[in-house]
Each structure stands twice: as C-alpha cells, then as structure tokens.
Write a protein that binds this ligand. Structure first.
Ligand SMILES: *Cc1c(COP(=O)(O)O)cnc(C)c1O
Length: 359
C-alpha cells in the first residue's frame, strides 16, 4: 500500500523496530538521557534555542496546550483561519472562553496580509493571533515570516499551528520570532501518532505567567520543570520516544536543507503531474504546500469514488476533502518518508483510475 495521506505518514523500518523495544523506568537515568537527547535534536529541527516540550497527545492536544497555557478566558484573539485546521484552533480558544474574531479568508487562498494588518491596526484589544503555517485541508502554506512580523509590530502573541509543516517546510522559529509553535509526530516526523511538540519563547512564558485558562495535564510549566530532571510530568509514551529517537537520527543525517529541498521537489512533481492529467489545484499556486496537494476534480469525476478506486484497485491511499470540501477535492500527502518514485507511482495510479471514476 502507498499511504499518501497528510498523516499518519509511513514510518521508516528504523522507527518501527525501535518502538518494539522493552520498557524502561520513565523516572530513571536511561529515559532521562533519551528525553534530553530527543529534546536537543528537536530544537535543531525547530531551529530554536528556546524551549521545546514533548507532550503525549496528537496535534490537537498540542493546539489545546498552546491555548490554555498562554490565554485567559475573555481574552480577545484573532483567528486567521483559511481552512478546517484554522477553524479548529479558533474553536479550542473559544471553548476555553476566549472571544475569537475571524479575519475571514477564503479557503484555497493564503492569509491576506493586508487584511491582517488592517484588523490589528483597527483593534488594539486583541491579545493573540492564531495562525496555521500549513493548512492541510486546502493545501496552502502561509507567509509565517510576514504574519509574525505583523504580530510583533502590533505587540500580539503569535500561536502557530505547524503540525503538517515543521520538519518538512522551513520554519526558523527563532529567526521569525514565533512565540508558540505546535507540531506532531505522525506528520513530517515519521513517527506513529501520539506525540505533540510545542516550542515556547520568552514572550510565550510571560503570557504563561498571566494565563488563567484551566490546565492540568497540558501544563507546559510542569513539562518544563520535569524536563530539567530528564522527565515528563506524567508517564510518557516511551515506545514513541524510541521511534522519535530513531527518525531524528535519520532526519539530522539527511540535513534540514536537504529535507526541505526533497519536499519541494516531490511537491512540484505532484503539482505538475495532476495538472498534466487535466486536473487543477485547489490552492492558489504561489502558496501551494510542499507537504500536501489538494486537487479539484472536474464535473464528471466523483472525488469519493476516485479515492475508493485508488485504494481498492491500485493500492494507493489518498485523502478526500474535509467538511464542505468533501466530494469536491482529494488530497495527496507527500510529507515525511516520501521520494520522487512514490509520487510517480501515485500519479500512474491516478492516470488509470481517473477515467473509471467518471460517473
Ligand atoms: C493533522 C493536523 C492537526 C492535528 O490533528 P491530530 O489529528 O490531532 O494530530 C492540526 N493541524 C494541522 C494543520 C494538521 O495537519
């Protein structure tokens, strides 16, 4: 099977083997060494010297941690959502009592920087900006450098969902001064689902000190304190730590620049390939993502039928559209362990299945 959805992604054999190892004491020296070494290498991938904390949860748990550790009920936040995951981030903030206003972008387009500037200028009561680096539902990569510069210009805290971006697409967290950045194991990190990683800079910790939303399991202050002892506050998923240890070796051996370049090459092949089959991209092309390609189907082709056919007859697993994009688009995940040949195989299968999916 070619699993080409935007997470979970295929895991390299090194990760699968590593996660089968025997348990160790999570309060012992051996785990401490493992956690410290994982943390130091995660910082390299985040391109940060600040804190990176490892949480036991999927990406959404990481988003929730970012919200509850930096905000208070009644805080006003601005959501730049341009898709399903942007909406989810805003929904979490709203569930915990924040008042969310929306910039109102269009799905398939990136965040409108002019509109963002205007909104921030017009309203100085906003505490934080919630944004999505790579909107997996539409296949868009946003201009985080510019969004972050605007957040700083107006002195807002910036929370960045980079669950499907970081480790595949360049995101220099310190250089771009992103206050909180969230990612997760089952995307570009090539590890099974179950770990989220969250970076926090000084501005984020200052917000933490004032934040009043309820938190317990997701308390990042506890995570930081325990990390100093080489521990997690709670029992961690040791098996996934083994797997992450293995994939980070592979990643740092390949080198960040090479990883980013490989994702760019593979994505270009995906985009060129679907266009040559007469399909069109859902995302505005100058902001098309290097980790997921969202493809519009033409009138005659049923997207759900196509995804089913590819899975049942061709051994290729793609993702459909989410929410109101269901049936209208399909998505090719190309992140983590993916090479040119994988995408060429997907395109071959697509070429064969397309005529069969005409209803
Ligand atoms: C996958 C993903 C998430 C998190 O989803 P989980 O299923 O909770 O891991 C959040 N944001 C984006 C952009 C994603 O792609």
């Amino acid at each position: 099977m070619q699993l080409r959805i935007p997470g979970p992604t295929p895991c390299p054999p090194e990760a699968l083997q590593a996660q089968g190892k025997q348990m160790i004491n999570h309060r012992g020296k051996e785990f401490g060494k493992l956690l410290n070494s994982i943390t130091e290498r995660m910082k390299k991938v985040f391109q940060t010297r600040k804190d990176v904390l490892l949480l036991t949860c999927s990406g959404t748990g990481g988003l929730e941690a970012a919200v509850v550790n930096t905000l208070s009920p009644e805080d006003r936040v601005l959501s730049t959502s341009v898709g399903v995951f942007g909406d989810r981030f805003a929904e979490i903030a709203s569930q915990y009592g924040a008042t969310v206003s929306y910039l109102g972008g269009e799905w398939g387009k990136p965040v409108d920087l002019e509109a963002l500037k205007k909104a921030l200028k017009a309203d100085n009561g906003i505490k934080a900006v919630l944004t999505t680096h790579n909107e997996t539902s539409t296949g868009i990569t946003n201009d985080i450098k510019e969004i972050s510069a605007l957040a700083r210009e107006f002195d807002k805290l910036l929370l960045v969902d980079s669950v499907s971006g970081l480790s595949c697409i360049d995101l220099p967290v310190d250089d771009w001064q992103c206050d909180v950045v969230i990612t997760a194991s089952q995307k570009g990190w090539m590890v099974p689902p179950g770990l989220a990683m969250v970076s926090m800079n000084e501005k984020a910790w200052q917000a933490y000190a004032r934040a009043k939303m309820p938190r317990y399991y997701m308390d990042l202050g506890k995570a930081k304190d325990y990390l100093e002892k080489g521990q997690n506050p709670w029992t961690p998923t040791i098996s996934l730590c083994y797997a992450l240890d293995a994939t980070m070796d592979l990643m740092l051996k390949e080198g960040l620049a090479n990883i980013f370049a490989r994702h760019a090459r593979v994505a270009q092949i995906a985009r060129d390939g679907v266009k040559s089959l007469g399909l069109s991209l859902f995302a505005q092309e100058d902001h098309a993502s290097n980790t997921v390609t969202a493809v519009k189907v033409s009138g005659k082709v049923d997207a759900l039928k196509l995804v089913n056919l590819l899975r049942e007859e061709h051994g290729v697993v793609l993702a459909g559209g989410q929410k109101n994009l269901s049936g209208k688009i399909f998505r090719i995940g190309h992140l983590g362990m993916v090479h040119e040949e994988d995408i060429k195989e997907v395109l071959e299968a697509l070429k064969e299945a397309l005529p069969e999916a005409e209803s």
